[in-house]
Each structure stands twice: as structure tokens, then as C-alpha cells.
Design a protein around this ligand. Structure first.
Ligand code: CA
Length: 222
């Protein structure tokens, strides 16, 4: 894979580049947010690893800017910030995963493998329900023909719910399927994302397509 690492700490970027290079990845390093945006927007990039503490632009703003461009590859955020609120903010801004410094190289490589698998998912797959269409190949969602702008994580959550219509899915199941690693099960990230999705996909005069099953989790209406 071609991976862009946006990190101003040379020690960390060299360590990450060496580790990824040893796995056969082709790595480009940007030391500033501005350079990172340019490199990450090149068409053949498969993954972006983004540090939040950059000298010129805050990493969160770099992320927002990348996410405004369509077709940007998955973004794995590196940060020294560890609060749940920060995690939720970063995921909300469109990061696909999150790693807190200091981290072990093995953990970084494991996250990279997960994101690589995800960006390799089969194409031309389509989920449809009540006028809501999810085109998994084009990563495009529409309801009644209207395009719905979803972050990568919102899209993954909606795809998971739509693949399991009528089934009650617990928060832990959803975290495992959509976040794909041990996210703090006490965090409210699933509820936060369901709220975002409802706001985006539901028709105003109807009950939500995503039902809350009290004490159990969520169910996509069959
Ligand atoms: Ca930094």
C-alpha cells in the first residue's frame, strides 16, 4: 500500500516509516499539515496516518479538510490526547481509527492491516431499504434519491445495521463490528453515531429506521 505519514516528530515518523517499509509498504512522510494535505490528496494513496499535533495546522483541521475532499483514503489518527471526548471528536471528524501515543509498532501495524482490509472490501454491492440505498462500491448513500453525506464511520455503521435488518444488535456487537477492536465499551460512541445517522437518513414525518431496543441495543427496521 502507499501510505502517507503526517508527523512532525522525526523520531516517530522515521520509526513508523521503517516499520511500515519493512512490511512492504511505500511510505511518504510530510512534516507539516499543509504538505500532508497535498500528499494525502494524491490519487494512489491507500492510507493516511495523521498526527494531531502539527506545527502549522491543527491535525483535527487537517482531518476536516481531507474529509471535505471526496475519495480520500482511510485516516488513522495518532495523538497524545486520550480523553473519550477527544476520541469521539476525532472519529466524528471522519477519522477511521485512533491510536494514542506512545504506541507499540505492532499495534500500529495491526490497525493498518484492519484499515487495509476494509478499503479492499468487494465492490458493486448494494443494500436497499425504504428508499435508502447504500452503494458499498461507490461508498455512496442516498435516500429517496437525495445524496446523504456520511463520514467513513457513519457509513460503516449504517452498512452493518442494514446487513442485519430486524436483528437486535448490542452496543458491544456494534463496537466490535464497526470499530473492529476493543473500544472502551463504556463509551457512548455508538449512541452518538446512531444519533448522527438518524439525523441524516430519517424522513421527518416517520419513525426512525434505526429503532432503540431498550436495554439491548439497536435494530434496523426489517
Ligand atoms: Ca507532533
Amino acid at each position: 500500500m502507499r501510505i502517507v505519514v503526517v508527523e512532525d516528530d522525526e523520531r516517530i515518523s522515521a520509526f513508523v516509516a521503517r516499520g511500515l517499509g519493512a512490511q512492504g509498504h511505500q511510505v511518504s512522510v510530510a512534516m507539516t499539515g499543509a504538505d500532508g494535505i497535498v500528499l494525502a490528496s494524491e490519487p494512489d494513496v491507500d492510507l493516511v496516518i495523521l498526527d494531531l499535533g502539527l506545527p502549522d495546522i491543527d491535525g483535527v483541521d487537517v482531518l476536516s479538510q481531507l474529509r471535505r475532499t471526496r475519495g480520500v483514503p482511510p485516516v488513522l489518527v495518532l495523538t497524545a490526547r486520550d480523553a473519550i471526548a477527544d476520541k469521539v471528536e476525532v472519529l466524528d471528524r471522519g477519522a477511521d481509527d485512533y491510536l494514542t501515543k506512545p504506541f507499540a509498532l505492532d499495534e500500529l501495524l495491526a490497525r493498518v492491516r484492519v484499515l487495509a482490509r476494509r478499503s479492499d472490501q468487494p465492490t458493486a454491492n448494494r443494500l436497499e431499504r425504504a428508499g435508502l440505498v447504500l452503494d458499498l462500491g461507490a461508498r455512496r448513500a442516498t435516500r429517496d434519491g437525495r445524496v446523504i453525506d456520511l463520514s467513513t464511520r457513519e457509513f460503516a455503521l449504517l452498512a452493518y445495521l442494514m446487513r442485519n435488518p430486524g436483528q437486535v444488535l448490542s452496543r458491544v456487537q456494534i463496537l466490535a463490528a464497526v470499530w473492529e477492536y476493543d473500544f472502551d465499551p463504556l463509551s457512548n460512541v455508538v449512541d452518538v453515531y446512531v444519533r448522527y445517522l438518524r439525523r441524516k437518513i430519517d424522513r421527518e414525518d416517520e419513525e426512525s429506521l434505526i429503532e432503540t431496543v431498550r436495554g439491548a441495543g439497536y435494530r434496523f427496521r426489517a
